[in-house]
Design a protein around this ligand. Structure first.
Ligand code: GDP
Length: 299
């Protein structure tokens, strides 16, 4: 969480500075509250949440005014309450063997890196893990996954560039069953330039996995880059159309001023947030915790 706190200073310092500026020696009136609402919208909280928080700050306090610290406290409480219901750990069920996790998201979101980080976490917990290099379109993605496999001592199932991704996913699940792996992590393509092709490919992967295990994939994690701001909302909508997105991983929270997007996502979709990425290193993946995040966001 040290890295998160560091990174979130960008969200919190801009937000904190605005709060200090707004609520120091200024009358608490409708304009001040509107300015607060604007600051929250700029930090990607979304209109609904921004309005709720500024209403909470204004409530019954017009006469007495309010200190910046008190505003920050209200903000932290609101953020924590909004995120508590979605701070759900990823449960890898031992009875489902292998537990199949499909990783989806646009190119550059941090999918492959997150798979590497997850592989390390799961193996450290004593689970055997297999990786499937399902982004068969990009040779670099396959190579990158192989590197993560070596780093974490995890076998990687690959196919030559251009091979059918669903075929690879099918073979990988068969192989994971044969080897008795506990978890199979499947990487997928994320080229948004060809949305229809991408969606068809994901649907096919889901369909063929179910042939081997009707409940697979047991989890479908959408990896979102925190720095894309409001775009994250449309990515959830898009990927949910093609795959049964069951949870989120938010990456790059170490370097953004837009941490409020998690609150906007929670308000709109209520999807569990399992992990957050707080750096490029293999250890930089943290289970999501609402209180720590809320504290980090207000600085
Ligand atoms: P993919 O295309 O979705 O598989 O994305 P990659 O895993 O290749 O990641 C794209 C870039 O983002 C790489 O340079 C990663 O090192 C970087 N990255 C991934 N996660 C994080 C994170 O949590 N924080 C930071 N700062 N960089 C990250």
């Amino acid at each position: 969480w040290g890295r998160l706190t560091e990174g979130m200073k960008r969200t919190s310092s801009s937000l904190s500075d605005r709060v200090t500026g707004l609520f120091t020696k200024r009358k608490l009136d409708a304009t001040t509250l509107e300015d607060l609402e604007d600051a929250l919208i700029q930090a990607d909280f979304g209109l609904e949440t921004a309005t709720r928080i500024s209403d909470a700050v204004g409530k019954g306090r017009y006469e007495k005014g309010i200190s910046p610290d008190a505003v920050r406290a209200i903000l932290a409480t609101e953020v924590e309450q909004a995120l508590e219901p979605v701070a759900v750990p990823l449960r890898v069920e031992a009875g489902k063997k292998p537990f199949v996790i499909l990783m989806v998201g646009v190119n550059g979101a941090g999918k492959t890196t997150t798979i590497g980080k997850l592989a390390l976490k799961l193996t450290a917990e004593g689970r055997s893990v297999m990786l499937a290099a399902g982004d068969t379109f990009r040779a670099a993605a396959v190579e990158q996954l192989k590197v993560w496999g070596e780093r974490t001592g995890t076998p990687v199932v690959t196919r030559p560039p251009g091979a059918d991704a669903a075929g690879l996913a099918f073979d990988a699940l068969q192989e994971a069953k044969r080897q008795g792996s506990d978890v199979l992590l499947i990487d997928t393509a994320g080229r948004l330039q060809n949305k229809t092709g991408l969606m068809a490919e994901l649907e096919k992967i889901v369909r063929v996995l179910a042939k081997l295990d009707p409940e697979a994939p047991h989890a479908t994690l959408l990896v979102l880059d925190a720095t894309v701001g409001q775009n994250a909302l449309s990515q959830v909508e898009l990927f949910s159309q093609a795959a049964p997105v069951s949870g989120l991983v938010m990456t790059k929270l170490d370097g953004t001023a837009r941490g409020g997007i998690l609150v906007a996502l929670a308000a709109k979709f209520g999807l569990p947030v399992h992990f957050i990425g707080v750096g490029e290193g293999v250890e930089d993946l943290e289970p999501f915790a609402a209180r720590d995040f809320a504290r980090a966001i207000v600085g």
